[in-house]
Design a protein around this ligand. Structure first.
Ligand SMILES: [Mn+2]
Length: 340
């Protein structure tokens, strides 16, 4: 009998996607109840897929799909935690969905149910990936992970995960895919935190470059961030930027304006004649978020643009027609004011 050609399909260029694929590969026999050899498992390819591309992708009955929406065709195994993937019907065997902070943490819980002993490293890793994927940060976490530290020998698991994330979050998509795939094709440690083949590639180097890019970005947006006291919202109108620099540090506005409940950022994409809006809420004071931002984005998409906007309760994104930019902003601020 020929052996099945397993493949792992996961959320590309996403740390939770990376860690989910890592856990499935590392603990394959425990999670799936198979008896593959180490060699066979190491050969299983990992393929990064964007969530919106999944349905166009050809899948087989031997595919394992993690941190991605439910595929239309039957697959061998599916596991996700996104609220937008919540199944309407009961799921077949080997299909798993739960509202969990990270898909990685959910997979580890499944592995534990099936006999995996959670070591201290596995527990620390689970905690860190949950914080990162569900934005459960404290202000101290942000200061540690988004600003330079004196000493990296004492890096926490959370900081280490940020360094690893930096390796496939460069501005070169081809490079990102190559690194993502290569790291997962090599010998895996207990978790990414202790995977030698990964640390040999020096994640700190990538992290340092990211920290510099965050600093450049903060310096740039500092010239035009506006805080609206009445609706406790920070408005970042990128049309006011004289230059575009660095990489967005999405938590910065809440360090600069700790009293803020929401932030709204938007910028025009000239080639597509549209404006991309991002709505967020203060991650350190989740109780302040009274408006469902994902739902609001959905509404804006229908009203002013290209649809389909969406997201979660505390964060959302949507694109509108360029000529509707000011109307959309006014609408958003009105809704936030009402819901305050
Ligand atoms: Mn995820």
């Amino acid at each position: 009998m020929t052996k099945p050609n397993y493949r792992i399909l996961t959320h590309s260029n996403c740390l939770d996607g990376f860690c989910s694929a890592f856990i499935v590969k590392k603990y394959f026999n425990v999670i799936l109840g198979t008896t593959l050899s180490q060699e066979e498992i190491q050969k299983i390819p990992v393929i990064g897929v964007e969530p919106q591309e999944l349905q166009e992708k050809e899948v087989t009955a031997y595919d394992l799909v993690v941190d991605l929406p439910l595929p239309i065709e039957n697959v061998f195994f599916w596991c996700d935690h996104h609220i937008t993937s919540k199944p309407k019907n009961t799921l077949p065997k080997n299909y798993h969905w739960k509202d969990e902070p990270s898909c990685t943490g959910y997979l580890l819980a499944l592995a534990e149910e099936r006999g995996l002993t959670m070591s201290d490293e596995l527990k620390a890793f689970k905690k860190a990936i949950d914080i990162k994927d569900a934005a459960l940060y404290t202000v101290e976490h942000i200061k540690e992970c988004f600003y330079p530290q004196k000493n990296y020998e004492l890096a926490s698991p959370l900081l280490k995960l940020h360094m690893i994330d930096g390796m496939f979050s460069t501005r070169d998509k081809v490079l990102n895919d190559e690194i993502f795939r290569t790291l997962l094709s090599r010998e895996l440690g207990e978790t990414p935190l202790s995977t030698q083949t990964l640390w040999q590639l020096d994640p700190l180097l990538f992290h340092r470059a990211h920290l510099e890019s965050y600093a450049q970005w903060r310096e740039n947006v500092d010239t035009y961030l506006v805080y609206n006291e009445e609706i406790k919202t920070v408005v970042q109108d990128d049309r006011k930027a004289e230059k575009r620099r660095g990489v967005a540090d999405r938590f910065y506005v809440y360090l600069k304006f700790p009293q803020a409940s929401y932030s709204v950022n938007f910028g025009v994409i000239e080639e597509e004649n549209k404006t991309r809006f991002g709505l967020g809420s203060n991650p350190f004071h989740k109780d302040r978020c009274k408006v469902n931002l994902g739902e609001l984005c959905k509404e804006i998409g229908k009203k002013f643009g290209f649809g389909p906007g969406g997201g979660h309760h505390g964060v959302g994104g949507v694109s509108v027609k360029k000529e509707n930019t000011d109307k959309a902003l006014e609408f958003i601020l009105g809704k936030l004011k009402e819901g305050k």
